[in-house]
Design a protein around this ligand. Structure first.
Ligand code: NAD
Length: 257
């Protein structure tokens, strides 16, 4: 497939899954907009390096996805948005009655509300272009729950709900909206949970990965960012034109249990 002439905006894409999807899109010729809330030289350099590697236009636009106006400004600054990947996300683990309010608000804003704002800003551009793809990076936690992840589970279930609504509202147009629901992927977000998990269970970090984290995933393997990039490309293909308002799980069988 070719994504030549398409612009893909991927929120939270200077690491992990977002970067994996951005690389997959650039490899197929899309012009890519990378984003994060930081404004580090490394992020601009990352865009330059990717442009050189893939021979396509890659820009880095700083915007904080916890802020409504910055979500909308990201799409406006991009100037075009044929493919929108709502990927920015954070995590915090605590019992609900001890969940810090600022963490709750940040998770709901970044993991869920940002998708509302960017999608609202991007749909008119997609309509004008006569083609569009909205891909929400939800989670297995958008379909199932785990204790102590109340804000994350709530936000991801919300994203899955929003995906269905946007799929219905655009059903008669050449626009689709779907969510990818990954299981565990070894990114900075999950790496950050390993020491705490090891401490909580009084086991080594290797045991925490094997006996706690991957224990949930029947395949006993991490999902990779390259696999998720491939699924995002499939959702952009003509073969996926009638797939809308739904979820694709990539979780080694977790959600089938
Ligand atoms: P990651 O920490 O590598 O990436 C998160 C990205 O979000 C980073 O690029 C970070 O800069 C960006 N970000 C954080 N706060 C932001 C803000 N306020 N504004 C803009 N960008 C911001 O983690 P990841 O695992 O690649 O996570 C990406 C997405 O995938 C998240 O939505 C996460 O919930 C989801 N997910 C991850 C896993 C997993 O196992 N890693 C599983 C299912 C879903």
């Amino acid at each position: 497939m070719s994504l030549n002439g398409k612009t893909a905006v991927i929120t939270g894409s200077n690491s992990g899954i977002g970067l994996g999807i951005a690389r997959a899109m650039a490899a197929e010729g899309a012009d890519v907009v990378l984003n994060s809330f930081t404004d580090r030289d490394e992020d601009h350099q990352l865009a330059k390096d990717m442009a050189e590697e893939f021979g396509t236009t890659v820009r880095y636009i700083q915007a904080d996805m916890s802020k409504a106006d910055q979500c909308r400004a990201l799409i406006e600054k991009a100037g075009a948005c044929d493919i929108l990947v709502n990927n920015a996300g954070i995590q915090h683990v605590a019992p609900l009655d001890q969940f810090p309010v600022d963490k709750w608000d940040a998770i709901i804003a970044i993991n869920m509300n940002s998708a509302f704002h960017t999608t609202a800003a991007a749909l008119p551009m997609m309509r004008k272009a006569g083609w569009g793809r909205v891909i929400n990076v939800a989670s297995a936690h958008g379909l199932r729950a785990s204790p102590y992840k109340s804000a994350y589970v709530t936000a991801k279930h919300g994203v899955v709900g929003m995906t269905k609504v946007v799929g219905l509202e655009t059903a008669k147009e050449p626009i689709t909206c779907n969510a990818i629901c990954p299981g565990y992927v070894l990114t900075p977000l999950v790496e950050g949970q390993i020491p705490d998990t090891a401490k909580e269970y009084g086991i080594s970090e290797d045991e925490a990965v094997e006996k706690v984290i991957l224990a949930k995933q029947p395949s006993k393997e991490f999902v990779t960012v390259e696999q998720l990039g491939g699924i995002a490309l499939f959702l952009c293909s003509d073969a996926a034109a009638q797939i809308t308002g739904t979820t694709i799980s990539a979780d080694g069988g977790w959600s089938a249990q």
